[in-house]
Design a protein. Structure first.
Length: 391
């Protein structure tokens, strides 16, 4: 069972083949170096930029690819077949999507082309010591002073922060209103006075994703860099989070596909008691479960991507795809390690790295429990009961 069994438009299949070739020929040979050094070599970033892989979430009129969400998730699937950091850095990003979907024309013209060309990378800054799953807990403040806002606070665990040049930042502009009209989204450049990046995070998995803390100490941000309306931060985030969750699902599906392939290869070559271990029922049952979980996750992923491309709301579907695929990836990775036995527990066996990498997908872009609350909230509201996500 491979991804090719699901029919896709010809141009997207060609994209898949091109990205898979990039992964196999360029990224995978560097997978262990990325793991060891916790960074992606600049030569790989340069080759990705030449292929246009940084423009996946950017419209063609601003230098992007124009493949839409279906193309983006297929590309992300393929990028996730190697070291997980690759699909965290070379990927469609929430910052680019934020500017493309909610930014004004001046912001799009200024920021999207260099992002599409890979000349600058971008980070989405939401999580704080008191905010993450609870986005209403944001404490970073933004106070208007003439034609600028002064930002103070910090953000934690920000992917690509160590190498990014552009940052989408959520901050409180009206403490009295808080989430109900008190949060605003800003575009912050690394060069702005008062902005700094802390030391890189030492992560269990996704090593090389360049995650770090970002700090604002009287950081000066032009008022022209407000994205959307002042106080409209949650409206902006709602436009983005469906896509971010779908991208997390795509990473989960791509990693799961590769884990299944590695497990199949091992099952037909590793012998015990005089025959390949794939001949034993215990291994075959695991392979069947892995393939079934993967197929279901991919169907949810593609269906949701198509719905977004058609301009339809997909809040519930994106949360379902993210929840199911990330949880399935954890199960598939666990079964993959079990099939490999002691070898699966050893470095640098790829399944050992995948086991650590996919653990992050149940946390990033909204934990599994938050996705469950979103899904249940939609169901209950459809029956007349209004509940907040955190209740």
């Amino acid at each position: 069972m491979t991804a090719m069994t699901l029919a896709l438009p010809e141009e997207i299949e060609l994209l898949r083949k091109a990205v898979r070739a990039f992964v196999e020929n360029e990224a995978e040979p560097l997978a262990e170096q990325i793991e060891r050094d916790a960074r992606i070599p600049s030569i790989l970033l340069k080759k990705a930029a030449e292929m246009g892989l940084f423009g996946l979430s950017i419209p063609p009129e601003y230098g992007g690819t124009g493949f839409g969400e279906l193309g983006s998730v297929v590309a992300l699937e393929e990028l996730s077949r190697t070291n997980g950091a690759v699909s965290m850095v070379i990927c469609p990003t929430a910052p680019a999507a934020t500017i493309a979907l909610a930014g004004n024309e001046e912001q799009k013209q200024k920021y999207l082309p260099p992002l599409a060309r890979g000349e600058r990378l971008a980070s989405f800054c939401l999580t704080e010591p008191t905010a993450g799953s609870d986005a209403t807990g944001i404490r970073t403040s933004a106070v208007r002073k003439g034609d600028r806002y002064i930002l103070n606070g910090s953000k934690l665990y920000i992917s690509r922060a160590a190498i990014a040049g552009t940052f989408i930042v959520t901050a409180v502009t009206d403490p009295a209103r808080k989430a109900k009209g008190g949060i605003t989204v800003f575009i912050v450049e690394r060069e702005f006075p008062g902005f700094s990046v802390g030391s890189k995070d030492d992560e269990m998995g996704l090593r090389g994703s360049e995650s770090a803390e970002v700090v604002f100490q009287d950081c000066e941000v032009p008022a022209a860099n407000v994205v959307g309306a002042v106080g409209g931060g949650f409206d902006v985030m709602r436009k983005i989070l469906d896509r971010a969750r779908l991208w997390a699902a795509a990473r989960s599906v791509g990693a799961s596909q590769r884990i299944l392939e590695l497990s199949l290869q091992y099952a037909v070559t590793r012998e015990q008691f005089g025959k390949p271990i794939g001949a034993f029922q215990a291994v075959r049952l695991k392979l069947a479960d892995m393939a079934t979980l993967l197929h279901a996750g991919r169907l949810m992923l593609y269906q949701t991507a198509r719905k977004i491309d058609q301009g339809e709301e997909a809040v519930q579907e994106a949360s379902m795809a993210k929840l199911f695929s990330s949880e399935a990836a954890g199960q598939i990775a666990d079964m993959g390690v079990q099939i490999h036995g002691a070898m699966g527990f050893m470095k640098p066996t790829p399944v050992e790295r995948f086991y650590r990498d996919v653990r992050a997908y149940r946390i990033l872009d909204g934990t599994s429990d938050i996705q469950r609350l979103i899904i249940a909230g939609k169901l209950l509201r459809s029956h007349g009961l209004k509940v907040a996500v955190g209740e």
